[in-house]
Ligand binder design. Structure first.
Ligand SMILES: Cc1ncc(COP(=O)(O)O)c(C=O)c1O
Length: 378
């Protein structure tokens, strides 16, 4: 039997756990680097302390949806809230599969689409991006009244976008096809597609509060569309699927003017950092070393020389910087997606890229000069 003292005395492994672990830089999930202020968290906690946890969540959904609609510049009847946009996407895929719709999904895109279809054995037709990683409008797939097209713009993990005119053109060319636009990085982009919803009943737009607002853990997303479409979409939503925590955050802080203003300021900052990092990568590296793709999300995608790929991954790992290795996506061999953090975090990434490529350049130079020496001796 263990003595009390041995139980109370810290052992070696728990001692080593108490040593401060190095701070990780989390740039792998397109989250925000800054957390919600403590005083705002307390406001939510107060609300939750007053709530009766033995009861189903209070019926505040409609009131919150009105605020979401106001934020999205739409009517309340055009918006439905869900527990994260991922869950909205999964519900739609299941629904369309049961309806035996012909599901077309742009690839590469947000991994959930493929993973969910694989898990639930939902057949879909991939619509591949061009080799330059842009949408391929010359190779539009067969779309008819039984089809549903899932399009992500800004597209994750690439960052490419569709413009308003092109989307409108697709909506007009295929009026009987439902086009579902995953638009969760909307706040980081320069296009608002929501005015199209008033004209085209074959369009649905999915958005999220996880990206532009520091509340990814709260799980809040929403879908926008015509009142008719919203009718059946709301019917698919399980009763009480939005829990009290999500609802409390939405009612207490999400639409607080100061919180909104600060969040949208942070978005502007991230856009600035994204453009700066893109410009620095373009300036410092040859495209055969590191190529960066233009992005309108809160992340960038880089394609690195295959000889550098592993070294960059190792160095990032050594510096405790987490990023997404996008190599497993189709067409994205040797690609890495980096979420845009604050300026220090972007500097840390840039330093890793510089140190690995500098070393490679020096090695190549040394190799070249020794080859030159050898050939002059011959
Ligand atoms: C394109 C895209 N859609 C949807 C989501 C899911 O977002 P959430 O479920 O947090 O709203 C993500 C998350 O990274 C994403 O990148």
């Amino acid at each position: 039997m263990k003595s009390t003292t041995s139980i109370l005395a810290p052992n070696q492994s728990s001692l080593s756990n108490t040593q401060e672990s190095p701070k990780r830089i989390l740039l792998d999930k397109n989250e925000l680097s800054e957390d919600v202020n403590s005083w705002l968290k307390l406001k939510v906690l107060d609300k939750l302390m007053d709530a009766e946890w033995n009861r189903y969540p209070e019926n505040t959904l409609q009131a919150i949806e009105s605020k979401v609609a106001e934020y999205a510049k739409l009517q309340a009847s055009q918006v439905a809230l869900g527990p994260g946009s991922a869950s909205i996407i999964a519900n739609l895929l299941n629904y369309f599969a049961i309806q035996q719709k012909h599901i077309v999904i742009v690839q590469p895109t947000y991994a959930l689409f493929e993973v969910h279809c694989r898990n639930y054995q939902i057949p879909f037709t991939p619509w591949m991006l061009k080799n330059e990683l842009e949408f391929d409008f010359e190779q539009t797939p067969q779309l008819d009244r039984n089809s549903v097209l899932f399009l992500t713009s800004p597209n994750n993990p690439v960052g490419n976008t569709i413009d308003l005119e092109t989307l409108e053109n697709l909506l007009q060319r295929f009026p009987e096809t439902l086009i579902v636009l995953d638009n969760v990085y909307y706040e980081f982009s320069d296009t608002d597609f929501s005015p199209l919803l008033n004209q085209y009943s074959n369009l649905l737009i999915i958005r999220s509060f996880s990206k532009a607002f520091p509340v990814a853990s709260v799980r809040l997303g929403y879908i926008c569309g015509s009142e008719n479409n919203l009718g059946w979409i709301k019917n698919l939503r399980l009763n009480y699927s939005l829990n009290s925590f999500s609802l409390a955050v939405a009612s207490e802080i999400l639409f607080d003017p100061t919180f909104q203003k600060e969040s949208l300021c942070r978005v502007s900052d991230i856009i600035r950092q994204r453009e700066l990092l893109t410009a620095r990568i373009m300036a410092y590296f040859e495209t055969n070393e590191i190529e960066v793709f233009r992005s309108q999300g809160n992340f960038i995608l880089i394609k690195v020389n295959s000889e550098l790929h592993q070294e960059i991954q190792n160095k990032l790992h050594k510096c405790h910087i987490l990023v997404l290795d996008a190599s497993k996506f189709p067409k994205l061999n040797d690609c890495i997606r980096i979420s845009i953090g604050n300026s220090e975090e972007c500097d840390a990434v840039m330093n890793v890229l510089l140190s690995v490529t500098d070393l490679k350049r020096k090695n190549t130079q040394a190799q070249n000069s020794s080859l030159l020496c050898a050939s002059s001796l011959n």
